[in-house]
Design a protein around this ligand. Structure first.
Ligand code: PMP
Ligand code: GLN
Length: 413
């Protein structure tokens, strides 16, 4: 199938970030930290620029110091030696890692399984490769008498099994999950691996950009470490998420040699290489992070922010889905009645979609002063109604910003 990219519409980010600025709302919409990154990270960039020698194109598949640092950090976590020269490619953010992988693996007519809700960039990349998205949905199955949790969002393994056909080339997993905050248990991942194992030509992208943000007693399990899975899994990481530097756009793919060779070849024809001083600085940051206890501190500061936002949403009547990981919370908006809810005219900006969650998020942004993201942006068209009563709020924000959001959201009651 041929694709006219000119048929693409502006994404959810292009509506809600400008709307939030226009209405001076507290921006809990697009997920990026509003605080400065750690000083050791920004110092590393200054050092990398000042010492010179890094101002020209980097090695295409990845700056040597960075691929070495990635290999050293992840080899123990993957319980195998990851070859820095043949099993890692550094990319322009995780976004390009996902794009380059999909372009490398998917041919026109191949099917790709997506788990809804899914991070919206996945579909663009699949369509540009001529792939056909197939959808399997995570469904909330609340446990009686227990608090609401992202762990209640489950994949029906029969449905997943049925989505696989002889044309399936790729399964896209996102763990920890945006926007639900789900952290897949080892058992869930094993059940997925059992299905994948029955389809020898299918590969898996495991998007683990929120790998360090796993809260409470939950543990991040890496899909690639399950038996036989390394050989068919491309794991995606992001310096943007790991060090609160989303503007630097440095990410990486890790996986078996033959696929990584194809990704390195594809990457030559997208950006060719990734900014060299930023790669050096990320390498220095990775080298330092573990020895100074950075990851523990990072996680505990985010867990406090999560608790703060969950508390606000609970008090404001949003009955939140408490996330096990990542930096988003789904709030339940079913108790809020929008103006003209049963009429036709619920659109405030007249832009984009006219679904309930979009109108709810527009109202939250323009009237209540807190920007949020409608999760239907993360569903295929036929399934968007499933998120009608949710809004996604992010908590990667300064405490005073979360306090201001608290003040504004409590006006709803
Ligand atoms: N995957 C997921 C699930 C994300 O939330 C994001 C954040 N935008 C990305 C990938 C892309 O990461 P990066 O900013 O490193 O491109
Ligand atoms: N991952 C972030 C989010 O989901 C940012 C999205 C983006 O910039 N496209 O909010």
């Amino acid at each position: 199938p041929s694709l006219q990219t000119s048929s693409f519409q502006p994404s959810v980010w292009l509506e809600f970030s400008p709307l939030s600025i226009q209405y001076k709302a507290v921006n809990l919409g697009q997920g990026f930290p509003d605080f400065e990154p750690p000083k050791f990270v920004t110092d590393a960039l200054i050092e990398s620029v000042e010492k010179g020698g890094l101002n020209q194109y980097a090695r295409s598949a990845g700056h040597l110091r960075l691929v070495n640092a990635i290999s050293k950090m992840y080899s123990p976590l993957f319980k195998r030696e990851i070859d820095p020269l043949t099993e890692i490619v550094t990319t322009v953010g995780a976004s390009e890692g996902i794009f380059a992988t999909i372009q490398s693996v998917v041919s026109p007519g191949d099917e790709v399984i997506l788990i809804e809700p899914y991070f919206d960039i996945y579909t663009g990349a699949i369509l540009m490769a001529g792939g056909i998205p197939k959808y399997v949905t995570l469904r909330e199955n609340r446990q009686k008498g227990q608090g609401r949790s992202s762990a209640d969002w489950k994949l029906d393994m029969n449905e997943l099994q049925q989505a696989f056909t002889e044309k399936t080339k790729l399964l896209l997993l996102n763990n920890p999950h945006n926007p639900v905050g789900k952290v897949y248990s080892k058992q869930e991942l094993e059940e997925i691996a059992n299905i994948v194992r029955k389809h020898p030509s299918a590969m898996v992208i495991s998007d683990e950009v929120y790998e360090w943000l796993v809260f409470d007693q939950n543990k991040h399990e890496r899909f690639a470490t399950l038996p036989d899975m390394y050989e068919r899994t491309i794991t995606i990481g992001s310096a943007g998420k790991t060090f609160s530097i989303t503007g630097w756009k440095i990410g990486w793919c890790i996986g078996p040699k033959p696929i990584l060779k194809a990704i390195a070849n594809t990457h030559q024809y997208i950006p060719f290489s990734t900014p060299n001083p930023a790669q050096e600085a990320v390498a220095i940051s990775i080298e330092k992070a573990q020895s100074i206890g950075y990851f523990e501190e990072f996680k505990s500061s985010y867990q406090k922010k999560r608790d703060k936002l969950v508390n606000t949403l609970t008090q404001a009547g949003f009955d939140p889905v408490v996330p096990q990981g990542a930096y988003f919370v789904l709030g339940d908006t079913s108790k809020i009645q929008l103006n003209g809810e049963d009429g036709k005219n619920t659109s405030i900006t007249g832009m984009g979609k006219h679904l309930r969650d979009w109108n709810m998020c527009r109202w939250l942004t323009t009237e209540i002063g807190v920007a949020a993201i409608p999760p239907s942006a993360f569903y295929s068209e036929d399934h968007q109604h499933q998120s009608a009563n949710y809004a996604r709020f992010c908590f990667c924000k300064k405490d005073e910003v979360l306090d201001k959001a608290h003040e504004n959201l409590l006006k709803i009651k």
